[in-house]
Design a protein around this ligand. Structure first.
Ligand code: NIG
Ligand code: FE
Length: 413
């Protein structure tokens, strides 16, 4: 079953290597004008310039004339919490009235409010809610995604979340990575016995999760009022002993040493990064294996300062973009908006934003060998735009749906 996509106005994201793009390399988004792509089975079989195409459209089982349209690799969203129960729009209104994220957390809202709802939901109900969200982000162009636990906060509920993620992996066409985030918040009953909760994570949750093969990564919310750097480090080391590499929430509200800790434990990615000192940026720029994942829609939704993307890129950091889809700080998994926001507010160039939301996003979940760029033998997860003037039109025309068709593993969605 071969498919030909031809007369593509411009084909973007031609990165042959499984590399991580850092610093000035991020602005290089190789493209071919007037291009074709041949898809065979689930993979990209060939691509190139129209004047070099040796076949005719009729030689293929299916062909599509993409005149006027751009083609890109699908978005790779490397940080989401899309398994959750219900919603928290009440807090959203509280925030409009002036309460801060920390105020809401302090009065039992926030993560703990979602944990309560999740504890009450059955695994099947949670699966149905989450599957809908997954379909929603796929229809918005996401072709690979990471999903975290962290609204369980008990052995039973964390396992329930991770089992739902496992079921999503089986039910969805796109690659999914699973992250154990037991260290998202201290449950109320452990507020005065924090060490006991750390013990529960390390001695009860991790062994069961590993035994059932329920997670690929381990995460912790390293933040004032949440998990200290010392606790974060212990959890990461315990996770690593079970083969789970760290991917961490750091430097969202405060700079408390999360970057140093994350680099020390050789994290795959360090995420959020709204609050970065010059030292933090320098340390991250030197970490060869660690991607800095920016979550601008969380900063947008919480009305925080945006991530210092320009400083980070100019310092040589490897930067990815992700949605942070969750009910408290980013109730949207729309990567088109994340890309637009990164250009509008973080002053990333459209090319940098696309690279950060595709190949570097893939690298932030170790999927760069199969996703995130146009290369032969990679998954045919492709975005075809509506007719548009050029790449910059996508973030410029923010909020409009400019995707015409989406291909996942060689099938039109
Ligand atoms: O990534 N910062 C910590 N965790 C989530 C928010 C969780 C919530 O508010 O439900 C985040 O922004
Ligand atoms: Fe998050």
């Amino acid at each position: 079953m071969a498919i030909l996509l031809y007369n593509i106005k411009e084909l973007f994201g031609i990165h042959p290597a499984n590399e991580i793009l850092r610093g000035s390399a991020l602005a290089n988004l190789p493209s071919i004008k007037n291009a074709y792509v041949i898809v065979e089975g689930e993979q990209i079989a060939a691509f190139g310039r129209m004047d070099e195409l040796k076949h005719k459209p009729n030689d293929f089982n299916e062909s599509l004339d993409a005149t006027g349209r751009l083609m890109l690799p699908s978005w790779c969203d490397s940080h989401t919490h899309l398994v959750f129960a219900g919603s928290r729009e009440g807090e959203f209104v509280d925030k409009i009235k002036g309460l801060s994220y920390a105020d809401i957390a302090a009065k039992g809202g926030g993560i703990l409010a979602s944990a309560k709802k999740l504890a009450e939901a059955s695994e099947d109900d949670l699966f149905v809610q989450s599957y809908k969200r997954l379909q929603e982000i796929i229809s918005l162009g996401t072709g690979a995604v990471e999903i975290k636990s962290g609204y369980g906060l008990s052995v039973e509920s964390e396992l329930k979340m991770l089992r739902v993620i496992k079921r999503l992996k089986g039910a969805a066409k796109i690659p999914i990575k699973s992250t154990f985030l037991g260290a998202h918040a201290f449950p109320t009953e452990y507020k005065e016995a924090k060490e006991d909760y750390i013990k529960l994570i390390i001695e009860k949750m991790l062994p069961q999760i590993a035994a059932e093969g329920l997670a690929d990564y381990v995460d912790a919310f390293c933040e004032e009022g949440f998990f200290t750097t010392e606790q974060t480090e212990r959890i990461c080391l315990a996770g690593k002993a079970y083969g789970l590499k760290p991917k961490l929430h750091v430097n969202q509200l405060n700079s408390i040493g999360g970057i140093q800790t994350g680099v020390k434990v050789d994290a795959v990615s360090l995420d959020h990064l709204e609050t970065m000192t010059d030292d933090d940026i320098e340390i991250l720029s030197k970490a060869k294996n660690t991607v800095g994942t920016l979550l601008p829609s969380a900063a947008f939704f919480l009305r925080m300062n945006y991530q210092p993307a320009r400083k980070m890129i100019d310092a040589g950091c490897a930067v990815a973009l992700a949605s942070d889809f969750n009910p408290g700080s980013s109730p949207s998994g729309n990567m088109n908006f994340v890309v637009a926001l990164s250009c509008i507010q973080l002053r990333m160039l459209p090319e940098e934003a696309v690279n950060a939301a595709t190949l570097n996003g893939a690298a932030a979940m170790e999927l760069q060998h199969e996703a995130g760029s146009i290369a032969t033998a990679k998954k045919a997860n492709l975005l075809l735009t509506k007719p548009v003037p050029g790449l910059a039109y996508l973030p410029y025309s923010f909020g409009n749906n400019l995707l015409e068709r989406i291909m996942l593993c060689g099938d039109w969605k």
